[in-house]
Design a protein. Structure first.
Length: 345
């Protein structure tokens, strides 16, 4: 796969969750079912071993089996979707994880810098270069509320000089910081090579239709697709919404109805990601939605601290009732038995 050209087409790439039983053990049957769900929903990629998969799996022995299960289902389906593996930790660990992903057939690595919050810019860039030597690299601006750090324009301007960078996931949940990434890409002269993916779950549909230009004669930039935790739920509908966004972007006129859905999706995400609880329940909210649909055997997370916040369940039920057009409950219900019953041979 030419991952650079493929990502430029614009795809829905859900951040793949983790299926655990009530005792906290990996539930392979449900883990496979999740992958089947995403692929049949029309996702153009899978991001595995990322924040939504729970970063703890990088330290408890689950990373390899979780990456392998997704790769096996991807191969079994004959899917043309991109496989993107998350890598974390210091340089030695991140390089080792990138090599593991490469050996399992992954096409790119999404690199988290959360373990290097005390590093200098030079150290961060050296770290990124080392990982990029193993696999094509997707940059990742993770919001500080869930373990990220503020990465200024100067960092991104230098980051985009790394030859094997193919994309960037901008997920600072912040308009100014998102513009830092976009301006750095524009100034790098590589906007035709490096593609923008939104990770701003609070601004998904608007990111996908809003053009940005930093000078009168400058190139117009826009997010091609999204790599999102929000798209780990209601994925079938996410695929349809991305196609709508592409159409309105091409036509240069966005209808009021689409703008309305953009605001409704932000409201829904506020519930799923637990904005009221300062994002403490963001992973648990995703687990709850999938569990309620029957796609997970439990809401259990690796960490005992990853649970729904007080009132979060009620908020999720509120947005489910208010915006049924944003969900894919019927699609899941019609196919769930098949996804769970199909046994690998």
């Amino acid at each position: 796969m030419n991952i650079r050209e493929y990502l430029r087409q614009g795809h829905v790439i859900p951040a793949h969750p983790l299926a655990l039983d009530d005792e906290g053990r990996l539930e392979e049957r449900y883990q496979r079912a999740l992958t089947r769900y995403y692929l049949e929903a029309g996702a153009g990629g899978l991001a595995v071993g990322v924040h939504t998969t729970q970063f703890e799996i990088h330290d408890n022995g689950l990373l390899e089996p979780v990456l392998r299960l997704a790769a096996e289902e991807h191969a079994r389906a004959g899917s043309g979707a991109a496989l993107i593996a998350g890598a974390v930790g210091g340089t030695e660990q991140a390089v080792r994880e990138a090599r593991l992903a490469r050996d399992l057939g992954y096409h790119a690595v999404l690199l988290s810098l959360r373990a290097l919050r005390a590093a200098s810019q030079a150290e961060l860039i050296a770290h990124c270069r080392a990982v990029a030597r193993e696999l094509p690299l997707v940059g990742f601006y993770l919001q500080p509320a869930v373990g990220g750090q503020v990465l200024p324009y100067a960092f991104w301007r230098e980051f985009f000089e790394i030859e094997n960078v193919v994309a960037v996931k901008a997920a600072p949940f912040h308009r100014y910081w998102t513009l830092d990434v976009m301006r750095a890409l524009a100034d790098s002269g590589r906007a035709h090579e490096i593609v923008l993916y939104t990770g701003n779950d609070d601004h998904i549909l608007l990111d996908l239709v809003l053009p940005t230009r930093f000078s009168q004669a400058g190139e117009t930039l826009c997010f091609a697709g999204g790599l999102l935790g929000q798209w780990a739920v209601w994925t079938r509908r996410a695929v349809e919404l991305l196609e709508e966004a592409k159409r309105w972007r091409e036509e240069g006129a966005v209808p009021h109805s689409f703008l309305l859905q953009a605001q409704q999706l932000t409201d829904a995400n506020a519930a799923v990601f637990d904005v009221a609880g300062e994002f403490r329940g963001c992973i648990a909210g995703i687990q709850y939605v999938l569990w309620r649909q029957g796609l997970l055997p439990s809401m259990r997370c690796v960490s005992d601290h990853e649970v729904l916040s007080p009132g979060q369940q009620q908020e999720i039920e509120r947005v489910r009732a208010a915006y049924p057009h944003l969900t894919d409950d019927a699609f899941v219900a019609a196919n769930l038995g098949r996804w769970l019953d199909r046994v690998p041979v």
